[in-house]
Design a protein around this ligand. Structure first.
Ligand code: ASP
Length: 323
C-alpha cells in the first residue's frame, strides 16, 4: 500500500511537472480564432481587428478561421468540441444565446465553454438595395405590407443577428417575409449590392461603409440612441416601434476545461486588445462600442444568463418554433 501510494504520488508529481512548462510557455504557436460566419462580414471585421490587437500580449499570431453555416451554430459547435488547450477560441455574438431557443439541438450549451469576456456591442441598421422603392422607414413598412410576397429579406441563417433583427421587423410589421439565408452577411451584402435581394438588417460593422458610400439605402438603427457615425438615421423607437431595440454584443469563449492559467492569459490579451488605441479607433469608426469594463468571464456569463430567457420569450411570442 505504501509502495502504491509512493508510486502514485510520483506519477502525480511527474505529470504536474510535465504540465507546468507547457502552460508556462503558452502560447508557443498561433491561436485559432473561429468566427462562425463567412469572411468579409461584420463578425469577421471585428475578429480580424481584435486578432491583430491581441498579438503583442500573446506573443503569437491569432489566425481567424471562418466557419459559417446554420446561423453560426456550426462554428460555435466546432469550438465546443475542440481540444481545450488554449489554441482554439470562439468569437461569437448574441446568436450564441438566440440559437439555444431556435434549434432543438444547437450542438452546444453555455456549459460547453469557458467564458473569456465580452468584446464589443454593435448596433444594427435596416437597409435595402439602392434602387428599392421605399425612401424612409415609414415607406419601407408600407411597401412591405403591400408587397409582402414580393420582398426578400437576406439573413445569415436561423440564429444569426440578422435573423433576429429580421424576425423582430417582420413581427413588428405583422407579416411573414421570404428569407434568403447566407453563411454570413458578408455574402448577403454582396447580393444586396448586386440587387439580387431586397432588404437586410445588419450590423454597422458591415454596413457603415456602404451606407456612407450610398451604395445601399438605409432606414433606421436598432440602438436606443442614434449612432454618432450615422447621425441621420432615426432609431426604430423614434420611428414609432417602441420596443424595437437590440444591440449585438460579442463575446470570446474557449472550450470547457481549458486550464485556468490559459484562460487568464487569453483574458489578459483580450483586455489589452480592447485597450489598443488602433482597435478602439477602428471600432468607433464602425459604430461599435468597446466593452472594456466587461471584458471578463463573470460579465459574459451574466450576459448569457440574462439573454437566453429574454430571446426565448420573444421567439415564443412571435410564434417561432425551434427546429
Ligand atoms: N454576424 C454575422 C456575420 O458576420 C451575420 C449575422 O449574425 O447576422 O456574417
Amino acid at each position: 500500500m505504501k509502495l502504491f501510494k509512493l508510486a502514485f504520488s510520483t506519477v502525480l508529481v511527474a505529470s504536474c511537472l510535465a504540465a507546468t512548462p507547457a502552460l508556462a510557455s503558452y502560447p508557443d504557436r498561433p491561436v485559432n480564432m473561429v468566427v462562425p460566419f463567412a469572411a468579409g462580414g461584420p463578425t469577421d471585421n471585428v475578429a480580424r481587428s481584435l486578432a491583430e490587437a491581441m498579438r503583442p500580449t500573446l506573443g503569437q499570431t491569432v489566425v481567424v478561421e471562418n466557419k459559417g453555416g446554420a446561423g453560426g451554430t456550426i462554428g460555435t459547435t466546432q469550438i465546443a468540441r475542440a481540444k481545450p488547450d488554449g489554441y482554439s477560441v470562439l468569437l461569437m455574438h448574441i446568436g450564441f444565446s438566440t440559437a439555444l431557443s431556435l434549434y432543438k439541438n444547437p450542438g452546444y450549451t453555455p456549459e460547453s465553454f469557458e467564458p473569456i469576456g465580452l468584446v464589443v456591442d454593435v448596433p444594427m441598421t435596416i437597409i435595402a438595395r439602392s434602387d428599392f422603392p421605399a425612401n424612409t422607414i415609414q415607406e419601407l413598412v408600407e411597401y412591405i405590407k403591400a408587397n409582402k410576397d414580393k420582398v426578400s429579406l437576406a439573413n445569415a441563417g436561423i440564429g444569426a443577428a440578422s435573423h433576429l433583427c429580421g424576425t423582430m421587423l417582420a413581427s413588428a410589421i405583422g407579416v411573414d417575409l421570404l428569407t434568403v439565408p447566407y453563411k454570413g452577411t458578408g455574402p448577403a451584402m454582396n447580393d444586396l449590392l448586386g440587387k439580387q435581394v431586397d432588404i437586410l438588417c445588419d450590423q454597422t460593422t458591415n454596413t457603415t461603409q456602404h451606407i456612407k458610400a450610398g451604395t445601399v439605402k438605409a432606414y433606421a438603427v436598432t440602438s436606443k440612441q442614434r449612432v454618432p457615425t450615422l447621425p441621420d438615421l432615426p432609431t426604430m423607437q423614434e420611428a414609432g416601434f417602441k420596443d424595437f431595440e437590440v444591440g449585438i454584443w460579442h463575446g470570446m469563449w474557449a472550450p470547457k476545461d481549458t486550464p485556468k492559467e490559459v484562460t487568464e492569459k487569453l483574458n489578459k490579451a483580450l483586455q489589452a486588445g480592447l485597450a489598443d488605441p488602433d482597435f478602439q479607433k477602428r471600432m468607433a469608426g464602425l459604430g461599435a462600442t468597446v466593452l472594456t469594463q466587461d471584458a471578463n468571464p463573470a460579465a459574459l456569463t451574466a450576459k448569457v444568463q440574462q439573454q437566453v430567457p429574454q430571446w426565448q420569450q420573444l421567439f415564443k411570442a412571435a410564434g417561432v418554433q425551434p427546429q
